[in-house]
Each structure stands twice: as C-alpha cells, then as structure tokens.
Design a protein around this ligand. Sequence first.
Ligand code: HEM
Length: 359
Amino acid sequence: MLFSAKAIEAQSNLRNEKLAHMLDFLNNTQGKVVKIEELIFTTLINTLSNILFRKDFLDLNDDKTAHRLKFGLLKILENSVTPNVSDFFPIIGGLDLQGLRKDSLNHLDELSSFSEAIVKERRAQMAKKVVVADHEKDFLDRLLENKFTTAQINILVLELFIAGTDTVVTTIEWAMAELLKNKEIRCIVQGELTRELKSNDVKKSDLSKLTYLNACIKETLRLHPVVPVLIPRRAIEACEILNYTIPQNAQVWVNVWAISHDPKVWEDPNTFKPERFIGSNIDFTGHDYEFIPFGGGRRMCPGLPSGVMSLQTMLASLILGYDWSLPNGEDPTKLDMTEKFGVTLQKEKPLKLIFNRRQ
Ligand code: HEM
C-alpha cells in the first residue's frame, strides 16, 4: 500500500505539493544561507507525514524542531547498532547497562508526541462511526481498520522515518556537493533539464528522459553509498564462496562501499564521472552485484521507487531553478568532501548554500 507502483502514483500530487512548498521557501530566502540537510529533511518528513496522517509534522521556518527530530531518529538508529553487552550475556539483558534502551525509548516518546494526538482523534472518529470516503483514507485509517495498536503504529512510523529520510537527504547532499565541485558536469545537467523539461514543473513522465541527471544520481550512489554496509545476513547453511567457507549461522556483512570503489571493477573509482553510466545497462535494482546501493535479495530496500523519485524531482528542481554558491565566497573546487562513516555515510561538514533564482 505504501510502496507499490499504484501507491507511488497516488502519492504524486502530495509529493509535488511539498516540493512546491520547499521551492517557495527558497524563493523567499534568496541571498540567505540554507542548510541543505534541514531543508530536504523537513520536506521529506512532511511528505511522509501527509501520506501517513494527512498532516505536516514540521515547518520549514522552524529549523530547531527539524534538528531535534533528525537528531532523535539518528540516535535511535545508532543505538540499535551499538554493540550491547546484553547481547553477549543474556542473563544481564534486563539491566540495560549502557542505557541504550532508555535513550532510544526517550527519543521514541518524543517522536510519538507528533502522532499521538492524531491517532487518538482518529480512534475517536472511528468510534463515532464518522464516514470517510475510501479514496480519502490515508495510511493511518488503514492501520486502524486492521486493528494496529498505538505502539505498533509508532514503531512503523519510526522505521519509515528512519529509513526514508536520512538516506535521501544524505544522497541529495552528496549529489549537490559533487555538482558544485564539478561545474562542467552541472552545466551539462542544466542543459539537459532546459532541453527536456517544458517548464520548471518536473513531471513524473519527464524523469526517464533525463539520462544525464539519472547518471549523476547513480554516480553519487556509487561514490557515496549512503548505506555503506548492508543489513547483516545470517548464513542459514554452510556454503563456499570464492574458496572461502562460510559456516552455518555466520553473520555476513556486505561492504557496499568497498564494492563500489573496487578498482578491479571501476576505472578511476574515486572520481565523480557520471559518463560511466551513459550507454551502460548497470542499474541499482539488485541484479548487478558491483552496484548495490539499495541492497539486494529479499531484504532489498522496499523504498527504492519512492526514494529515486524524490532524488530525481528534488535535484532537477534545484538545479534547473537556482544558481548555487557557497557562503563567504568560498571556492567550490575546494569543497571539503570528507566522509563520516556510520550506519549511514554522512558528509562530515554539512553542506550550506545560497540559492539565487535562475532567469
Ligand atoms: C536514496 C534512497 C535510499 C537508499 C540508497 C536506500 C538504501 C537501503 C538499503 C541499502 C537498505 C538495506 C537493504 C539490504 O540490506 O539489502 C534499505 C532498507 C530499507 N529501506 Fe531504503 N533506501 C533509500 C530510501 C528509502 C525510502 C524512501 C524508504 C521508505 C519510504 C526506505 C525504506 C526502507 C526500509 C523499510 C528498509 C528495511 C527493509 C527490511 O528490513 O527488510 N528506503 N534501504
């Protein structure tokens, strides 16, 4: 219901509406410094919160709340992968010696405060048998009809917010940083967008025509794979791979970052070269194992179509509509591209830009 082609189609008006809010906000902040991660994060959270609850959770003018929510989501994610002594000594499992559970529950409480009142109100409406037309029902209506508890709804929203925001935000930040650093490549994308799009309004039907933009997105996901190591797998039986024996029950970690920087597979692997994807059939759908930024197999990212559409529409609108510059006249060719490794591959120094509308 959230990820099917039909659902993505049905969500397109909502996406366009939230994108338009973001562009309006940028038009009113001309000349001011904008922190990209907060701009994109707020837009994505509001897109998701409208799909789920028909309501904006954040305000583009309130960067403090956006920052708090983003920080809370990241902390929960980090806590979930921090080695926990209780996993090695189950007998002390109840003690939460590192305080990881307590910290995560505090952040979850804060996140739940955004949705709790809506869930309560909607339950009350259902109890009063208020009729909502089928086509107006949102995801929450469906969850309540299927008897989901409030705790289950909170966890589901949390998972979607964690998986569906930071991944897209970080990829857009890396793509913009690369395009800022590589002016010629940015000019080629601008040329393609000007040629292929009839107006500044980016339509879903235009997206497949944007060959060079799509190559830039792939190259960003190759050079800066936002999930550098996939969700760990367990070998359900012993097997041999390339003369290595993987014992039964071994945990298997797939290092996407190393695969997509492998000089045996990628020529000049550390350079941003979208051309390598032009005329190539390599795609990120999980079948080309040298390029798996969305993972592969049964646990592959279910949000791929939605994530890719957000990357395409947001980047196209920002590239076509605005000239970008760094604060204090900094030289874009010297932009710091240091990567910060964690569960996601962040840009160590967040990207801040000044936007000026292109004529
Ligand atoms: C640039 C965008 C994105 C990238 C690069 C990305 C990447 C990934 C990766 C690598 C995984 C792990 C797959 C594996 O281990 O095989 C994953 C899992 C997941 N992603 Fe995404 N993702 C993106 C956007 C999204 C969006 C927009 C959503 C939802 C709205 C989403 C929802 C999920 C969920 C729910 C999982 C967990 C699936 C499971 O546990 O089985 N992702 N993603």
